[in-house]
Design a protein around this ligand. Sequence first.
Ligand code: UGA
Length: 439
Amino acid sequence: MEYDVAFVGLGYVGLSSAVCFADRGINVLGIEIDSKKLNMIKKSNSPIHEKNINELLQKSIKKKKLSFSKELKDVTKTKIIFLTVGTPSRKDGSIDLKYINQATKDIAIAIKNIQEYFVIVVKSTVVPGTALKIVKNLERYSGKKNSIDFGVVVNPEFLQEGNAINDSLKPDKIVLGINSEKDKKIMFNLFKKIYRKNLPIVYTTPSNAELIKYANNSLLATKISFMNYIARIAEQIPDGDVEEIKNAIGMDKRISESFLNAGLGFGGSCFPKDVKALIAFSKEMNINSDILQSVLTINDTQFMSVFDILKKELGSLQGKKISILGLSFKPETDDIRDAISLKIIKKLLDKKATIRVYDPIANDNVRDIFGKSISYASNSESCIKGSECCIIVTEWKEFKNIKPKDFTRLMKRPLIIDGRRIFSKKKFNKLEYHAIGLG
Ligand code: UGA
């Protein structure tokens, strides 16, 4: 075999994992059918923005640990095939398996006449029962038998955008949904080479592994919406401050302090999609998911608190100069999928405000959507200059260095809406400072 593993689909998960496996000495074949994307990757110019990814790409390609192909039939050059294609949302929130189904069929056809035992590892996020469907399709199109000629393993991914390399190299846990001792051994031997000691592997069944991924993301999303709900209460009580509530409850080990930050809501390509998919999946089984429906409702309406403040402070927004700091769905990424900034800009445009935005790396992505209807600044100073209100939408580190006196000096009116609680309320009390969860 020419390679140890192949990754089918070089999106966020596929590319980050491929690069990290290669860096740990594994011979990796990356398969991507999108030529434009593949050409960028081959030139060590990653289509996703992640710290160190280009350096790692360059190093692994040079060391010949990472190679690429556009052809799915090349999966036969390895025995372990990771499926890392996308599972987008359908209109009703359920996941669309078209890319999984196509890749499965192509893999089945490719391995049909090859006398080798293949392990197909499902890393894409899929609802429980999908691995079973994949098994059936592999049998149908290859004529081979599950557990005898091939095995299917579910290995969900938990990396966070903006920290993908670090998360891939040092995962909190590796979940392996496995049906046979044979597959367990193959996967253990692979992961042992990558992570050496301290392997935090959780062995379970494929269906449980599929559900673990949704439970993980949905619980994190629930924590955020819960804190946004508490923030709404804190805003209505004298001296209320959600940060103080967070600090205290976060000390309880049963709760833990992470993912308790109230703000303008969660965005990105995972939480909204995965919560919706779990709701749709529950519906098929007649299971009530009001709990997750509320998580979405809170999230969908959370950004409106900005408009409550704007209405109170500025009245009509027509012609008012509003500046926005931060556009990406979270810091350290240029990803604007389901970003809260987009909702805010749309509504401000409806209200005919004059909008100027700045993000350290996501300006161009937002320009692709809003074009000339808004203006783009190349730094935070020029963004807030002359504005009548500044809204902090993403908590980029560099924004934390802006001083109260900078706002007073540059803005026409120093009205701040801190959507991510990045400033100290004490230091900002001389300004017109409003913040999520602050009464
Ligand atoms: C999330 C999960 O954290 C990963 O474990 C998972 O692998 C990934 O989805 C996925 O399924 O692919 P990601 O979407 O990259 O990762 O970003 P997060 O850091 O989880 O943040 C998601 C959103 O929640 C962001 O908009 C962030 O601003 C918001 N957030 C996060 C809060 O509003 N408050 C918090 O306390 C934490």
